[in-house]
Design a protein around this ligand. Structure first.
Ligand code: PLP
Length: 353
């Protein structure tokens, strides 16, 4: 793939690593590739980071044709840089695109775009453990017409944000509210795709949870409102007795790469992992009987996020004394160890640049 590079003439000063936060500062450049029906993907280019111009009738602004991915570039102790299972993100991006009738891209081409961009932005990969350069590829329908039809023009972009450690203040278990009214996704809908609209639709419940003193919501399935699905923008796992239970990927749940990695690591450690339907009723009775030992969310941003309290309607349950559990801690240590290059990668998951 031919990528035209125009470098910035005003390089930014990287803020101190402890002040980075998440997704607030961006690197010097952005990458863009256009697509249309006649020419396919063309005009790959890296340009100085800045506002983009968009036609007021552009498909994305009216009909929400947009998907994205989220992955990180990690700095190893030896100074090198690596990605974590990038092909998984690339494949999921293509699956999301197919669901939304947006164009897919050759996997090797997308990997080359990622690699070229991260190499160029190398100095924005922070050095402290837990920090990373967050990569946000996104793709949107960009027809300059209000007709509702399959898009004939689309734009792929990649931006990068040096981000601080998610656990700068230490790992504190979060409070989660089980959402009884709104739903995030239904089977056959877009729950499996990483599309912007899923987030727009789930903001209301998230806001209500925050007003009541919770961090996030735990979603129930959209049809029966009976089965546990996922939490906020993370997949969810429960340790019931000594079995790790996580909702099966039934079609309305986002297939997380962290989830998949946790399942593999747990099985390797000898834990029994069940990917199956888990009803709220079963979870509540496990909480009441003291059989729920640990609960945690898992996703790229936090790796794992222990849940210390769960509420449903007027009942509140404390999990593991609001402490991080043994399994959660083990997963955190192993996954972050591999990602930041502190542990040997026996899985072949890291992709050094
Ligand atoms: C991205 C995302 C996840 C986590 O996926 P990872 O690949 O582990 O980062 C889980 N749920 C939703 C809704 C997501 O958007």
């Amino acid at each position: 793939m031919n990528i035209a590079i125009t470098k910035t003439t005003t390089p930014k000063v990287m803020p101190p690593e402890e002040k980075l936060g998440f997704g607030k500062v961006f690197s010097d450049h952005m990458l863009r590739v256009d697509w249309d029906v006649e020419n396919g993907w063309h005009d790959a280019r890296i340009e100085p980071f800045g506002p983009i111009s968009i036609h007021p009738a552009s498909t994305v602004l009216h009909y929400g044709a947009e998907i994205f991915e989220g992955l990180k570039a990690y700095r190893r102790a030896d100074g090198g840089i690596q990605l974590f299972r990038p092909m998984e993100n690339i494949r999921r991006m293509n699956n999301s695109a197919a669901r939304m009738c947006l164009p897919t891209m050759d996997e090797a081409d997308m990997l080359e775009l990622l690699e070229t961009f991260v190499r160029l932005e190398e100095r924005f990969v922070p050095h402290s453990f837990g920090t990373s350069l967050y990569l946000r590829p996104f793709l949107f329908g960009n027809d300059e017409s209000l007709g509702v039809h399959t898009v004939k023009h689309a734009t792929f972009m990649l931006i990068a944000s040096p981000s601080g450690s998610y656990y700068a203040e230490g790992i504190n278990p979060v409070r989660i509210m089980i959402e009884a009214d709104d739903v995030r996704a239904v089977r056959g809908g877009t729950g499996e795709a990483k599309c912007g609209g899923n987030y727009a639709a789930s903001t209301r419940a998230g806001e209500r949870a925050v007003q009541k003193g919770y961090t996030q919501v735990l979603w129930l399935d959209g049809v029966e409102r009976k089965y546990i699905e996922e939490v906020g923008a993370m997949n969810v796992m429960f340790r019931i007795d000594d079995i790790i239970v996580t909702p099966a990927l039934t079609g309305s749940i986002l297939p997380g790469i962290t989830r998949k990695s946790c399942v593999e690591v747990l099985r390797d450690l000898g834990y029994k992992v069940e990917e199956r339907l888990l009803s709220l009723e079963e979870l509540v009775s496990a909480m009441k009987d003291g059989r729920l030992k640990e609960a945690f969310g898992c996703g790229t941003a936090a790796v794992v996020s222990p849940i210390g309290r769960l509420s449903y309607r007027d009942e509140e349950y404390i999990v593991n004394n609001e402490q991080i559990g043994e399994v959660t801690q083990k997963l955190y240590d192993i996954l972050t160890g591999i990602q930041w290059g502190k542990r040997p990668d026996t899985y072949g998951w890291v992709h050094p640049l």
